[in-house]
Design a protein around this ligand. Structure first.
Ligand code: ATP
Length: 249
């Protein structure tokens, strides 16, 4: 799997649509390398930020901003601010690193994976996978299956190697979890735990309701029994009255 193309529009300093093409294999054995060069402040790191962002990065610190809308083009002398930021990452999946079956798509659809993230100034955001809206959690699982993701070694920023060497053992474990493909199971476990917690909440609410209703149950049962008895008595009375008035007549 390799990165083929990145499209950015309205993201940080990229007001207009920009397409960056990354060469894949130069020949059978050699993979191409792309360098982006430019003067200070020309937006080189913004490109790396866009890659992180589309992979689902949630930390504004990692994206060098304070609030989420900081990634939307905030205007320049030539152009007013925009209402939406969008980035699309085109990944070549011809090696089938992301198995398509789980996502109900044919292999053809999955020889290229297009991930898109959009953010509107009003706070709405969207994740799109090969043209269909999806959840961040699904994107995270997909990336974890491909053994890469937004958090760890896929995007290595300035000072990150040094940081990695200085991290604690538990922080370093995160990198290895992602590289070995354990991450997808951790994500699924977290989702399952969340669902369990949710079910437990529901159960507790149901128990509370039962607790509220239970005291009324005894008096209601009594009332129902009385009502049944009344029906029986009224039928018996009817019979007796028929008999009595019949005899009088
Ligand atoms: P350096 O070589 O100094 O690290 P760089 O080429 O990596 O610089 P970036 O840090 O990617 O440059 O880009 C910084 C530029 O992006 C700044 O000019 C900043 O004003 C601009 N920028 C960042 N966020 C936005 C935004 N939301 N809207 C418009 N411009 C933005």
């Amino acid at each position: 799997m390799h990165l083929e193309k990145l499209e950015i529009q309205g993201f940080k300093s990229f007001a207009n649509k920009n397409t960056l093409i990354f060469p894949g294999m130069l020949d059978k054995d050699r993979r191409g390398i792309t360098a982006i060069v430019g003067p200070n402040g020309s937006g080189k790191s913004n490109i790396a930020d866009a890659v992180r962002w589309v992979l689902g990065e949630q930390s504004m610190k990692m994206l060098r901003g304070k609030k989420s809308e900081d990634v939307i083009f905030s205007g320049s002398a030539q152009k007013g601010k925009l209402g939406m930021a969008e980035a699309s990452l085109y990944l070549n999946n011809k090696d089938g690193r992301v198995p398509p079956a789980e996502f109900g798509l044919s292999l053809d659809n999955y020889s290229q994976i297009v991930l898109t993230r959009r953010l509107y100034r009003d706070g709405d955001s969207e994740y799109i996978l090969n043209g269909s809206r999806t959840r961040l959690a699904d994107i995270q699982i997909l990336l974890a299956k491909a053994k890469f993701g937004q958090k760890t070694y896929s995007v290595i920023g300035q000072g990150m190697v040094e940081g990695f060497l200085n991290t604690s053992l538990s922080e370093r474990k995160e990198f290895f979890d992602e590289a070995t493909g354990v991450k997808q199971f951790q994500i699924k476990r977290d989702e399952a735990l969340n669902k369990l917690r949710h079910s437990l909440d529901n159960l507790q609410q149901a128990e509370l309701l039962v607790g509220e209703i239970k005291p009324h149950l005894a008096s209601l049962t009594k009332q129902v029994n009385r009502w049944r008895k009344r029906e029986e008595l009224s039928a018996a009375l009817n019979d007796l009255q028929l008999n009595y008035y019949g005899q009088l007549w």
